[in-house]
Design a protein around this ligand. Structure first.
Ligand code: OMP
Length: 232
């Protein structure tokens, strides 16, 4: 993993046709690509294989959350697509996380397997409504420790929790942070947000950025601007 934060562009398009014009203008040296539930459901595994074929690091963001056996098989299928990273939900529990880890154990050049802690769209009030009466930062840390104990490679969290995770889990445990918003861009459904330079200054390994790039009038220029802001 490099010192500088890697940017993954979240390709949240409703089909492959809408995604290709941007992908065609990007290079694997510039950024990674995240394929989530919307695009994967519509475009399927062949689309992911094509991105891998073109040399992109692909983060397959399907956030598996199911019984251990099912998650094991799903993570294995994701790994066989050649993706760079795949995720599950940490709240699936220790045995489910271990099953996700075991799924890739014997795969050469295996993908990173990481776990979502608390979605960046959730505030303390949202958490309370689902029965979690502690601040997001506390619950994130608890799930990060569980994820590490289960042998996974890192977590998805908000940038606000990234320092505490590094202090507790150590260097080498990946922090992948969505909820990144350049100054002036719309927060939308995200709640625990931070700007790209602030997140990069924390040494966060992977920044996931979607709408501020994909919905910009010139997505490539928006990406370049964000990239320049990281080192400014
Ligand atoms: O796992 C994820 O990628 C993820 C976890 C999380 O807690 N929050 C979150 O926003 N994401 C994803 O990150 C992307 C963020 O996109 P934007 O909000 O448009 O920048 C979306 O594709 C989300 O599905």
């Amino acid at each position: 993993m490099t010192q500088q934060s890697l940017i993954f562009v979240a390709l949240d398009y409703d089909n492959a046709e809408s995604a290709w014009p941007l992908i065609d203008k990007l290079s694997p040296q510039q950024c990674g690509l995240k394929v989530g539930k919307e695009l994967f459901t519509s475009a399927g595994p062949d689309f992911v294989r094509e991105l891998v074929q073109r040399g992109f690091k692909v983060f397959l963001d399907l956030k598996f959350h199911d019984i251990p056996n099912t998650v094991n098989k799903a993570v294995r299928a994701a790994a066989e697509l050649g993706v760079w990273m795949v995720n599950v939900h940490a709240s699936g529990g220790r045995r489910m996380l271990e099953a996700a880890r075991d799924a890739v154990a014997d795969i050469p050049n295996r993908p990173y397997v990481i776990a979502v802690t608390v979605l960046t769209s959730m505030s303390a009030e949202d958490l309370q409504e689902v029965g979690i009466d502690v601040p997001p930062a506390e619950h994130v840390l608890k799930l990060a420790k569980l994820t590490q104990a289960a042998g996974l490679d890192g977590v998805v969290c908000s940038a606000w929790e990234a320092e505490a995770i590094a202090a507790t889990c150590g260097a080498g445990f990946l922090r992948v942070t969505p909820g990144i918003r350049p100054v002036g861009s719309e927060q939308g459904d995200q709640r625990r947000v931070m700007t790209p330079p602030e997140a990069a200054a924390l040494g966060i390994e992977v920044l996931v950025i979607g709408r501020p790039i994909t919905q910009a009038p010139d997505p490539v220029a928006a990406l370049s601007e964000i990239q320049a802001s990281l080192t400014a």
